[in-house]
Ligand binder design. Structure first.
Ligand code: HEC
Length: 173
């Protein structure tokens, strides 16, 4: 505690700032392009942030499909894939596993949405979740087990609005 306080005082009074700057780099505004890029790369969202979004959107997609809001289900699934792309870029060592789920497990779920086939959706969604959790276990995160939502909640969205899966990305009004 005493040491920490002393360190804080030293930093606060400006002593040692050179050492600190060297350890942390010059941030995103100063230095050469490479060190600024490194600083930018270090603060990009990793899987922790991306998965938070994916988990939220998976819950919303499931609830939306089960409430008859097929447009919202379709939208959330597409946004999940976009979030995944961020993870593939920032954690390339895991890109292969993320892409495998995208290639194998997503299309049948999206097809079920396009056909508004709830039984098929629930079956395919459950298989997708198994693949999600297999990756958690494979990467030493067996304690992270995504499970199907038991309540229709997420962000105050209306899951019972009856809509068609007809949203086309990039055609926003
Ligand atoms: C590349 C393998 C991989 C795949 C595929 C994957 N995850 Fe994850 N997931 C992780 C890792 C790793 C973490 C822990 C993040 C960290 O290390 O900070 C995680 C964390 C999570 C979390 C916890 C987020 C939090 O902080 O509360 C949820 C929820 C989640 N994943 C849901 C899913 C869902 C849903 C899918 C499938 C659509 C999925 N994941 C697919 C690797 C994966």
């Amino acid at each position: 505690m005493i040491i920490r306080t002393a360190l804080f005082v030293c930093l606060a009074c400006g002593w040692n700032t050179g050492v600190l700057a060297e350890a942390m780099g010059d941030g995103i505004y100063k230095g050469d392009t490479e060190s600024r890029l490194d600083a930018l790369a270090r603060i990009q969202p990793g899987l922790g942030v991306v998965m938070h979004e994916i988990g939220y959107r998976a819950t919303a997609a499931y609830n939306a499909a089960n409430g008859g809001n097929w447009g919202l289900a379709q939208y959330e699934l597409k946004e999940m894939l976009e979030a995944q792309e961020v993870g593939e870029a920032t954690r390339p060592q895991h890109a292969q596993m993320l892409k495998a789920v995208e290639r194998v497990n997503f299309p049948p779920v999206l097809d079920a949405v396009a056909n508004k086939d709830l039984d098929e959706f629930n079956q395919q969604f459950a298989s997708m979740v198994e693949a999600c959790n297999a990756c958690h276990t494979a990467l030493g995160h067996a304690f992270i087990k995504y499970r199907l939502p038991t309540e229709a909640t997420a962000g105050g969205l209306d899951f019972n609005l009856k809509t068609d899966p007809a949203h086309v990305e990039g055609k926003e009004k």
